[in-house]
Ligand binder design. Sequence first.
Ligand SMILES: [Zn+2]
Length: 471
Amino acid sequence: MRIIFSALMLLLLSAQSMTMAQRRKTTVDLIIRGGTIVTMDASRRVIENGGVAVNNGRIVAVGDTAEIDRKYAAREVVNAGGKVVIPGLINGHTHVPMTLFRGIADDLDLQEWLTKYIFPAEAKNVTEDFVRVGARLGLAEMIRSGTTTYCDMYYFEDAIADETSKAGVRGVLGETVIDFPVADNKTYEEALAYTERFIKKWQGNALVVPAIAPHAPYTVSEAHLKAARALSDRLRAPIVIHISETKREVDDSVAAKGASPIDYLNRIGFLNNRIVAAHVVWPSEEELGLLKKLGVGIVHNPQSNMKLASGTAPVPEMLKENLPVGLGTDGAASNNDLNLWEEMDTAAKLHKLISHDPKVLNALEAFEMATIRGARALHLENEIGSIEKGKRADLVVVDLDALNQTPSYNIYSDLVYATKAADVRTVIIEGRVVMRERRLLTLNEDAIKADARRYRERIVQSVGVKTLPEE
Ligand SMILES: [Zn+2]
C-alpha cells in the first residue's frame, strides 16, 4: 500500500514539475528547428542544428535547437532538419510588372531596346490591371526563389504596393517619375502629387516602404530631380534611381552638362543617404569615394548589365571600400528572370573573368551582397539582411541534399555556386509562412499564369512582336 502511495506521489510530483517546466517556456508564433543557420550576423556565425524563434513578425531568439526548445513553445513549427536556414534574399532593383515583357525583345543595346521596344510597349499596354497581373507574376517568382524583399521602380506603384502586401512580401517600392507622359500620370506635377499621396498612404506599413523613383538623370530635368529630392526630404522617403548605367549615358552627360552623371547629381545637391542607385557601372574612383562619403546605396545588376552589354561595374573596388552594394535582377525584360541565386553566381564569376583574378568576389562576398550588404544598399540593415534577435523574421529554408549540392564542404560555396532556386523549400516573411514545402500560400500560381498569357496576346497585337524565328 505504502509503495503504491509513494509511486503515486512520485508520478504526481513529476507531472507537476513537467507542467512547471512547460509554464516556464515562452509561447511564440513560430519556431524553425534543426537546420544549419547561416546568420550573416557581424561574426558570420553558422549554427549547426540551430533554431530560430519568431514572434510578432520579429526574430526573438537564435541558437542551438536544444536551447530554443528549452525556452520556447510555438504555435507553428517548421522542421528544417538536414536543411539550411538563410536570411531572405534581397533583390535590390527590379521593375516587377515587366515580367509581362519577359522575352519581348532580346539581344539589343539599352537605347534601342528602350526606345524601340520597351517605351512603345509600355505606352500601349500599361494600365493598373497590367501592373497588378505583372506584379503577382513577379512576386510568385520571387517567393519561389527565396527573395523576401525587393526594391521596385514602376508606374501605378500604389497597386504594386497593394499586391505586394497581399502576397506578404517586403518591398521598397518607388513610384516612377519621368519627363514624359506615362500611363498613370500625364505631367510631372501630377506624378509628384500621386507620389506624395502614395508615400503618405503606405508609410508605417510593416512590409511596404514607399519611395519616389525619378527614372534617371537623362530622363528627368534638374528642376524635377530637385523637386523629387525635396519631396524625399519632406517625407523622409527613399529615392530609387538609375545612375551611370552605360558609357553612352556618361558621355552624353559630359557633353550636355559638363559633368558625369554622379558629378552632376552631386553638383545639384541630389545625392544623400536615402538614395538607392541602380547600376553605377561607370563611376570614377573619386566618385566611388563620394558615394561612400554620402552614404548612397548601390545595386549591382550583373545579368542585366551583361545582357545589354552596358559594362561591368567596379564591384571589387566597391567591396574593398566597404560600400553598401547589393544585387538586383533589374526588370525581367532585360534578364529574363527574377532569380537572385543566378545573380550571386554570375556576380562572383563575372568579376573574376573581368579582373583575371579568381580570388575577387568570393562566395561569402556574393552571399553578403544578396543579404546583409543588400540590406545596407536599401538602408534597411537594422531591419533585415541577417538572422539576429530583433530583426524582421524574413527566413528561407533551403534544401541541402539535392544532387547538385552533394557532397557539401563549404556552406557559402554550396549556396552561391551550387544551389538553385528550385532548392528553396519554405519562405517566411515578417513571421508569416508564404511558401510551405514549395506550395505558395498567398498567391494562385495557375491564375497568375493564365492572366499573364492573356496579356501576352494583347502585347503581341499591340507592338507586333515576332514570336517565331524567320525562316
Ligand atoms: Zn532598371
